[in-house]
Design a protein around this ligand. Structure first.
Ligand code: GLN
Length: 521
């Protein structure tokens, strides 16, 4: 079921195999009917993760990128809509002339082709495919069927199944119940898949007798029933799996023993994990003022980026989520070392964000605005410093006299909401002698984007005259990407999403600068 930790399990297994000198990558299958995650509500579904090539993906892709420290293409997030669209398009073109087009074999063939193409094009040793949803769901059936077929066609020496299940402890004595695992394995076997490994989620380590019982009922050998108990940090999971012999067992099943050098160097990874677990007394208190604060997963990459930064700086970053819609007491923000406003869409909560940006400017509190946080910081500056009454973003007030933030020109005739934002990585030129230049130590960076609106250049002179500079620009100076107030302790807004390129051990530079400035505040 969702939330069980399939994404972390997938990333952890991939990490272990990468550390064992294998060229690996991951795929996420999302059996829902949306074409991609772009139109989904982040408070229900979690963050939309943007890839370099402009995919609006499930947040698991972010986990893979962070664990593996490698970019992952949008093709690695396969959904039902993508598969069906391709098949229907091919049918219309006449590719299957004469045939009755069916789930088996046409849909399953399309799924298999997509998976195999990734493994082949990227010359991978091992591809880990995560199938979302719950066994028994109608939606995931064609995908599981395709995976079953791949195993039959490529043989058990090339395909193994890992099933993530739950062993809840219901009473105070803590007896671990095996029934949910027994039943979901039965369900999986009913559709022809016998798992090779069971990754059993539990609160405390799986007891020997629980393992024995699970092994007996599920036909999985006891050594391959893995305890995936709760730990402090997800970065400890690879080691927990490794200690239970998963790598040896995978290599044995794949017939790779003796053929590959699996004794990898763990030092770098362990050193990074150690910093991630370090809890220093030195706390940096950050207020995250945003729209989607009721679900921690809605800004998961921002949270991670702050953690990566804290780990590198030897500080513990504590984050308080503040709902911009219910920001009654603005003075509360004075308790924080720094204020971060992440991305967002729409009118609700926007006035609270504008107030927040203005408060941070007036009180000289380090401010870091990302995307919506960049745009509304400009609106706040327009209203309160440039005296442009009721200035706004056209997204919030389409009739405003002063549209500081306006639609991108190419967006004016766009009607479809899905996949139509400015998406993916673009180059940004940085002005020498700016805070941004100091942060990135370069005059050219490439960052990922996801927006429909941008700073309206009609206001550029007025803003610069009043003390806000635009130190990063793209498309030959057409678009404003970074804003700063040089007279302020630390006031930075970025139109792009730096959080998507932050990795354990390698925090994104702007995050690092923001947390450092906050720590000194
Ligand atoms: N809603 C704004 C836009 O579309 C900002 C988007 C975001 O924060 N990702 O431009």
């Amino acid at each position: 079921m969702s939330g069980l930790g399939k994404g972390v399990m997938t990333s952890s297994i991939a990490k272990l195999l990468q550390l064992s000198n294998q060229k690996v990558s991951c795929v996420k299958i999302d059996p829902y009917l949306n074409y991609d995650a772009g139109t989904m509500n982040p408070v229900i579904h979690g963050e939309v993760f943007v890839t370099e090539d402009g995919g609006e993906c499930d947040m698991d892709i972010g986990n893979y990128e962070r664990f593996l420290n490698q970019n992952i293409s949008r093709t690695h997030n396969i959904t039902t809509a993508q598969v069906y669209s391709s098949v229907i398009e091919a049918e219309r073109k006449g590719d299957y002339l004469g045939a009755c087009v069916q789930i088996i074999p046409h849909i399953t063939n399309e799924i298999k082709e997509r998976i195999r193409k990734i493994a082949k094009d990227e010359q991978l040793d091992i591809l880990i495919v995560e199938c979302g949803g719950t066994v028994g769901d109608i939606e995931s059936l064609p995908f599981l069927e395709a995976l079953r077929q791949i195993r039959v066609e490529d043989g058990p020496q090339n395909v193994i199944f890992v099933h993530v299940t739950l062993a809840p402890s219901l009473d105070v004595v803590g007896e671990q119940k095996t029934k949910p695992t027994q039943h979901s394995v039965q369900e999986l076997r009913r559709i022809g898949i016998q798992p090779d490994f069971l990754a059993v989620r539990c609160t405390t380590p799986l007891q020997e007798k629980t393992k024995e019982k699970i092994a007996l009922f599920t036909n999985v050998i006891i050594d391959d029933v893995l305890s995936c108990h709760d730990v402090k940090s997800i970065f400890q999971i690879p080691e927990i799996l490794y200690d239970q012999g998963i790598v040896d067992s995978i290599f044995t099943k794949f017939g790779k023993v003796g053929l590959v050098n699996a004794s990898a160097n763990w030092d770098n990874w362990n050193a990074i994990v150690k910093t991630m677990l370090n809890h220093e007394d030195q706390k940096v208190k950050i207020a995250m003022v945003g729209k989607y604060v009721t679900l921690a997963d809605s800004y998961v990459s921002v949270n991670h980026a702050l953690k990566h930064t804290g780990a590198k700086l030897g500080k513990s970053v504590s984050i308080d989520w503040i709902d911009s819609e219910n920001l009654d007491d603005i003075e509360k923000l004075s308790e924080y070392d720094g204020i971060l406003v992440p991305g967002g869409f729409g009118t609700r909560g926007s006035e609270g964000i504008i107030k927040t940006a203005n408060y941070a400017r007036e009180k000289n509190i380090p401010y870091f605005g990302i995307c919506f946080g960049f745009q509304l910081a400009a609106v706040a500056f327009g209203r309160h410093v440039c005296n442009l009454e009721n200035a706004n973003s056209a997204e919030i007030d389409s009739k405003t006299k002063f549209p500081i933030i306006d639609l991108l020109p190419e967006q004016k005739d766009v009607n479809d909401m899905g996949g139509s934002l400015r998406l993916g990585a673009n180059e940004i030129k940085i002005k020498i002698d700016s805070l941004a230049f100091k942060i990135y130590n370069s005059d050219l960076i490439s960052k990922r984007h996801r927006h429909r609106y941008e700073f309206n250049k009609d206001f550029l002179d007025n803003f610069e005259k009043n003390g806000m500079i635009f130190s990063g620009q793209s498309d030959g100076g057409k678009r404003m990407e970074i804003l700063e107030i040089p007279s302020h302790k630390f006031f930075l807004g970025v139109q792009y999403h730096p959080e998507f390129s932050s990795r354990p051990g390698f925090p994104e530079e702007a995050f690092e600068a923001f947390v450092s400035a906050s720590a000194q505040n």
